[in-house]
Design a protein. Structure first.
Length: 122
């Protein structure tokens, strides 16, 4: 898996991290190392499989590893901090076959969420 930070730096990171010894407030980092604008999981065992993009908030992090067993590339975008390109451009550029949304109901009802998603999905 590769993580891209808000500054555009990329680095490898494990999909799952043992956070059993961490403080309870840091345990969300078990999946995907926490929230990042863009994360990419590549399954080299499925080179002919489709690509997908997961649009998510923090609650989508535990779902991403499951997708990696069915897609060659799983592009994971945290719409709250990703601004490199709109979803339409992203799908075309990375040849994405499936778009999946996974967010909490509380976030979906938040004041700024619809504005962010409206820009991103334009």
């Amino acid at each position: 898996m590769k993580i891209t930070t808000a500054e555009g730096n990329t680095f490898p990171w494990p999909v799952l991290t043992d956070m059993s010894g961490a403080d309870s407030s840091a345990k969300y980092m078990t999946f995907l190392g926490g929230d990042h604008p863009l994360t990419v999981i590549t399954n080299e065992d499925l080179p002919a499989a489709d690509n997908c993009v997961l649009i998510k908030d923090s609650f989508g992090n535990p779902f991403a590893p499951y997708l990696s067993q069915h897609y060659h590339n799983v592009y994971i975008i945290d719409y709250r901090s990703y601004s490199a390109m709109t979803l339409r451009h992203f799908v075309d550029y990375y040849e994405v076959d499936a778009v999946i949304f996974a967010e909490s109901l509380a976030m979906a009802q938040g004041d700024g969420t619809l504005d962010l998603l409206e820009w991103f999905c334009a």
